[in-house]
Design a binder for this molecule. Structure first.
Ligand SMILES: [Zn+2]
Length: 209
C-alpha cells in the first residue's frame, strides 16, 4: 500500500483513502515522522476494512458477467458490454455512480422476471419499481408497489428469484409470520439456504450507491 504524506498548515492529522492501494495523510507542518506513523498505525483497522470493501466492490464490478443476466424469455439487454467501464481510471464515487447507472439500466430484466414468476405462481402485481436501500433487497407496500433494490442484479439468478418470490408472497401476507414463510416455501422450497447465501452479498447491500 502506498502512503502519501503531505505536511501543510493545519492543526490535526487527517487520513484519506485514495484508492484500493493508496492512502493520503495530511499532517501539521511540524509533525514528527514517528507521530505520523503512530497515527497511521492507530487507524490500521479502519484502513484495512475500507480497503477490503473497495477491493471487493471493484472486483465484483469488474468480473460482472452481463451475459448471465439475460434470463430465458426475458427481454434481451442490448449493448450491455459496451457499458463496461475502465474502473481503474475512475474515482470511487464515480465508480459507484456508474455501477448504479448500469444496474438501473438493467432493471427491465428484473421486472420481466418478476412478471414471469408472478404469472407462474398466480400473483397479481400492479407496480414493479426499482429502489435504493442499504438495508433491504426488496419491499412490498399495501398500496401495491413491489420494489426491488436494483443491487439484486449482482445476485446469482436463484437468489434473485428468492427475493422476488419473497416480495410476491408479501402480496398475500404483509408480515413475516409462519404463514408467510409457508407460502414462500411452497414456491421456493430451498428458501432457508437462499436466506443464508444472501448474507454473502450484504457488503453490496450496505454500500451506498
Ligand atoms: Zn419480507
Amino acid at each position: 500500500m502506498e502512503i502519501k504524506i503531505v505536511k501543510e498548515q493545519r492543526k490535526s492529522l487527517m487520513l484519506k483513502i485514495l484508492s484500493e492501494d493508496a492512502i493520503l495523510v495530511k499532517a501539521p507542518l511540524r509533525s514528527a515522522d514517528s507521530a505520523i506513523q503512530k497515527f497511521i498505525d492507530s487507524k490500521r483497522g479502519w484502513i484495512d476494512r475500507h480497503l477490503k470493501k473497495m477491493k471487493m466492490l471493484a472486483n465484483f464490478a469488474n468480473s460482472f458477467d452481463f451475459d448471465n443476466l439475460i434470463y430465458e424469455n426475458a427481454i434481451p439487454i442490448m449493448e450491455t458490454k459496451s457499458l463496461r467501464l475502465d474502473y481503474e481510471r475512475l474515482s470511487e464515487r464515480t465508480r459507484l455512480k456508474s455501477i448504479k447507472n448500469q444496474y438501473l439500466s438493467m432493471f427491465s430484466v428484473l421486472k420481466e422476471r418478476t412478471l414471469q414468476l408472478a404469472e407462474k405462481f398466480r400473483f397479481k402485481v400492479d407496480k414493479i419499481l426499482p429502489c435504493s436501500s442499504t438495508v433491504k433487497w426488496g419491499s412490498y407496500s399495501s398500496t401495491g408497489e413491489l420494489k426491488l433494490n436494483y443491487k439484486i442484479i449482482i445476485l446469482p439468478q436463484d437468489l434473485v428469484d428468492y427475493v422476488i418470490v419473497h416480495e410476491l408472497c408479501h402480496i398475500r401476507h404483509m408480515n413475516h409470520k409462519p404463514q408467510f414463510w409457508r407460502e414462500v416455501e411452497r414456491f421456493y422450497p430451498d428458501y432457508k439456504k437462499a436466506r443464508n447465501e444472501m448474507k454473502l452479498y450484504s457488503f453490496v447491500l450496505k454500500t451506498k450507491f
